[in-house]
Design a protein around this ligand. Structure first.
Ligand code: PLP
Length: 396
């Protein structure tokens, strides 16, 4: 008899995002004409940039005449070399340390496979739910939650004792804050001391405009010895539907004296046949001069909407964080649970948010709003703020 994975089947709750979709569906069943303002899941709202669309069309035309079959499992060298040149050469990282994938989710799961079962794992809280659910779905690893607290500016503080693997994310989903150079250095030094590996999720690095915030963990001395960095085209270039990402596994990185770059290569050889030609060509187009310009403008538009959401809420007296180097605004609402606030926003005001506690227990008391929206959506949201304020005042 086949036995199922008990860790997966025992995961108690549903994954966060389907839960949110369920409640939205429930509202739309009751009120099919509700004009819902979606500041929730954090998916893109703007169309692909023109240069990317052209790249896709060109790749599709090529496939129609001269088809490309299986490509290299790590991605085309032209794409890896372009990424290296734009982002990593100045930190001593070459294209052979870059592995192309269909996005961060796949890479984060892949990274876990490199290490033994039942590790001591640190996970920031609140966090993108993948880290915790993935960890719990595999084995009995001992999990240490690393709280991101308002009083620490939502920066993670390394624990006094060692751990084997730690998930970090900056700029951070959901708080919208970003790790400073000093904070990231603390972690790199801690990892060097404890021979721990850092999984550094940089999905939102394109939103960093502050010079004090490192865009890659490899800006920090020693990081190549302790960190795998994950990057994605999802939020920087609107590829959530196309799928393209990459991770950096430096040659210097080792665990138990074993180099991880060749181990990752071995895993790739066995488990992947690479990423679609069309997605990779779209990625190359996104990294062309024109593509970089266009995607930068698009990110700036999202950021502008984030500033407007945050400014309008602050003007109405809400305490808000994030929204500067990240596309998320973390709104503090005391006196109600974050699910109650979510329900109030959704069922009464037709605004889709995400309850902070959905990202972990230390997210209680907050909701997350996404700035992956258009100007019209934010205009409508701003008009609803006085009513939201009124209903909160009645309840609290
Ligand atoms: N990491 C974080 C922190 C995210 O917020 C998301 C998506 O929202 C992802 C990873 C997923 O990235 P990808 O689309 O590349 O799988």
């Amino acid at each position: 008899m086949a036995e199922i994975n008990p860790y997966l089947s025992n995961l108690s709750k549903k994954y966060l995002f389907p839960l949110i979709e369920e409640r939205l569906h429930d509202l739309l069943l009751k009120e099919p004409n509700a004009d819902v303002i979606r500041l929730g899941v954090g998916d893109i709202a703007l169309p692909l940039c023109q240069s990317i669309v052209e790249g896709i069309k060109q790749a599709a035309d090529e496939m129609g005449t001269n088809p490309h079959g299986y490509g290299p499992c790590n991605g085309f060298s032209i794409l890896r070399e372009r990424i290296a040149k734009l982002e990593y050469t100045s930190f001593g990282i070459s294209s052979d340390e870059i592995f192309i994938s269909d996005g961060i989710n796949a890479d984060v799961c892949a990274a876990r496979e490199l290490f033994a079962r039942n590790q001591k794992i640190g996970i920031i809280d609140p966090a993108y739910p993948l880290y915790l659910d993935l960890t719990r779905s595999i084995d009995n690893s001992e999990i240490t939650l690393i709280p991101l607290l308002e009083e620490n500016g939502f920066l993670p503080i390394p624990p006094a004792t060692g751990l084997n693997l730690v998930y970090l994310c900056s700029p951070h989903n959901p708080t919208g804050t970003a790790m400073t150079r000093e904070n990231l250095s603390l972690w790199v030094n801690w990892a060097l001391k404890h021979q721990a590996i850092l999984f550094f999720d940089a999905a939102y690095q394109a939103f960093i405009t502050d010079n004090d915030i490192p865009k890659t963990i490899y800006e920090i001395e020693g990081a190549k010895k302790v960190a795998i960095e994950f990057r994605s085209f999802s939020k920087s270039a609107g590829f959530t539907g196309l799928r393209l990402g990459y991770c950096i596994v430096p040659f210097e990185l080792q665990a138990s004296g074993f180099p991880l770059n060749p181990l990752w290569q071995k895993r790739q050889d066995i488990k992947t046949n690479g990423v679609s030609y069309i997605s990779q060509m779209a990625g190359i187009a996104a990294l062309s001069e024109k593509g970089l310009q266009e995607t930068k403008e698009q990110v700036a538009l999202y950021k502008e909407e984030g500033f407007r959401i945050k400014a309008a809420l602050q003007a109405a007296g809400f305490t808000c964080y994030g929204g500067v180097n990240a596309p998320y605004i973390w709104v503090k609402i005391e006196g109600l649970s974050s699910w109650d606030v979510f329900d109030l926003f959704l069922y009464k005001h037709h605004i889709l948010s995400i309850p902070g506690v959905g990202f972990g227990k230390f997210g209680e008391g907050f909701i997350r709003l996404s700035s992956f929206v258009t100007k019209d959506t934010v205009d409508k949201f701003i008009l609803r703020i006085p009513q939201i304020k009124e209903s909160l005042c009645e309840l609290i």
